[in-house]
Design a protein around this ligand. Structure first.
Ligand code: AMP
Ligand code: ZN
Length: 476
């Protein structure tokens, strides 16, 4: 099936045509590790994960590179405030980031290169740009990219010539479209940078944020690669500048498909650290967002993917609660189907038709610019048909296996760990069997075996309680 994505570069939904048959190179802008990622950032990483999973689902071998920005203005401020070495300051946030994405079911990248470990590559690109007359040293000792020398500047954001202020310089990494001007490649050291600097041929200083991504993507994915992703706020200036630097350096097209994830909003505004209107994932998981309510991280993932990655999404706790309920509903469905024991296969054709149609629809919707809400709708339509069949005892064991096979296949894209809903049942069955054996042992006055079973269960965190209604068990 042809996979289509909306390409920011052409403003069109296009069929994905890889550079190399069956392979896809993917670069996603990673976190700036100066704090915990908020759930807005994580929405973008999750959207990127869905695209990557879709590529894998449709048979591509993906090489995924995500940088870790560990040299940046906000990091330097943090180091100085906490009087720490940059690596000591960033290490805990990097670790937390990797934990967060893992609990959201995000597949790990193949490489997580760090800016601080790629200074020679960065310097060599800037030197070549200087040789070509595109980079120049400002009177402040920093090196700048001259947008005037790169006629294709503005291609991603679609800037008009008169909107650009060539010769005017900006040293900040983040700025708006109204300030489209020469941007910093290498920032010369000043006192407020403390001990974050490198002595190089460009002088004592550190790289700008934009050049970091050019250097790392070119190194790990080559001069031209398939897909580059990030949140929509990365389009300008970050990605525009990445294109300018990379294409001016190599003379080749940098990236074929630019795909951007829309923002997570909080009360109608972009969720961001600077506005203070954010939750971290840990706030949600550890009960700090809502008293006594510890959310399942995969409910957060479900909340994201139940919306299209290119629509703005307003975050509310009640929205997350209903996402958690829906996810529980899907898990209950899987549990129920996996417990089917009916042998009568007379209605299998009906069940198989429902599965076939859902799978077809699911794949078409995913292939059409990753339309996860509509892909989920296809699943729900099948769930309601199968539920009716199960209630009428018309769902056979054989048909239920087909249903599960599809659900687990779909989960290769959804990433909701649906297999565990069926596995839980197997564990429960084992526990029940042991409890029954213990009862039988007690009846036969084989107390040694009964105690042995109790201890065996206790070792798995299971405690037994003898009640008038039989033995009840709980798991810690
Ligand atoms: P940063 O650490 O600020 O560079 O952001 C990391 C990633 O999160 C980038 O891809 C941003 O575009 C993205 N991002 C930042 N804020 C939001 C938001 N509110 N919703 C979705 N993505 C965001
Ligand atoms: Zn980047």
């Amino acid at each position: 099936m042809e996979l289509k994505f909306y390409n920011t570069k052409t403003r069109k939904t296009e069929v994905f045509k890889p550079i190399e048959e069956g392979k896809a190179g993917l670069y996603t802008c990673g976190p700036t590790v100066y704090n915990f990622a908020h759930i807005g950032n994580l929405r973008s990483y999750c959207g990127e994960d869905v695209l990557k999973r879709a590529l894998i689902y449709f048979g591509y071998k993906v090489r995924h590179v995500m940088n870790i920005t560990d040299v940046e203005d906000k990091i330097i401020k943090g180091c100085i405030k906490e009087n720490k070495k940059a690596s000591d300051f960033t290490a805990p946030y990097e670790k937390a980031f990797l934990e967060d994405i893992s609990s959201l079911g995000i597949i790990k990248a193949d490489v997580y290169p760090k800016a601080s470990e790629h200074i020679p590559e960065i310097v060599s690109i800037i030197k070549k740009l200087a040789e070509k007359g595109i980079a120049y040293k400002g009177d402040d000792g920093s090196w700048y990219f001259s947008i005037d020398k790169f006629p294709a500047y503005g291609q991603l954001i679609k800037l008009e010539k008169e909107e650009m202020k060539s010769g005017v310089r900006i040293n900040n990494d983040e700025y708006g479209k109204d300030k489209a001007c020469d941007f910093a490649l290498w920032k010369s050291w000043d006192e407020k940078d403390g001990d974050v600097f490198w002595e190089t041929e460009l002088g004592k200083g550190r790289p700008g944020w934009h050049i970091e991504c050019s250097a790392m993507s070119l190194k790990y994915l080559g001069d031209t690669f398939d897909i580059h992703m990030g949140g929509v706020d990365n389009i300008f200036p970050h990605h525009e500048n990445e294109i300018a630097q990379s294409e001016a350096y190599t003379g080749k097209t940098f990236v074929n498909y630019w795909v951007h994830c829309e923002h997570l909003l909080s009360e109608g505004q972009k969720m961001s650290k600077s506005l203070g209107n954010f939750y971290t994932l840990r706030d949600l998981l550890e009960g700090r967002a809502k008293e006594g309510r510890k959310f399942n991280p995969l409910a957060v993932r479900y909340f994201y993917i139940s919306n299209h990655y290119r629509t703005r999404l307003n975050f509310t706790l009640s929205g997350l609660e209903s996402a958690e309920k829906t996810l529980e509903g899907i898990r209950d469905f899987i549990k129920r189907v996996s417990e089917t024991e009916t042998e009568d296969s007379s209605y299998d054709a009906e069940a198989e038709k429902a599965v076939f149609e859902a799978k077809k629809e699911f794949e078409e919707k995913i292939a059409d610019d990753l339309n996860t809400p509509q892909a989920l709708a296809a699943i729900f339509s099948m769930i309601s048909k199968i539920n009716i069949m199960a209630s009428d005892s018309r769902l056979s064991r054989k048909a239920s296996e087909k249903v599960l096979e599809f659900m687990f296949k779909a989960d290769e894209i959804l990433g909701l760990d649906l297999k565990s809903a069926a596995e839980k049942k197997e564990l429960e069955q084992e526990i029940e069997a042991l409890i029954q054996e213990r009862q039988a042992a007690r009846k036969a006055k084989n107390f040694a075996r009964a105690d042995e079973i109790r201890n065996l269960l206790a070792a798995q965190g299971i405690t037994l309680q003898d009640t008038p209604g039989g033995v009840k068990w709980t798991k810690k």
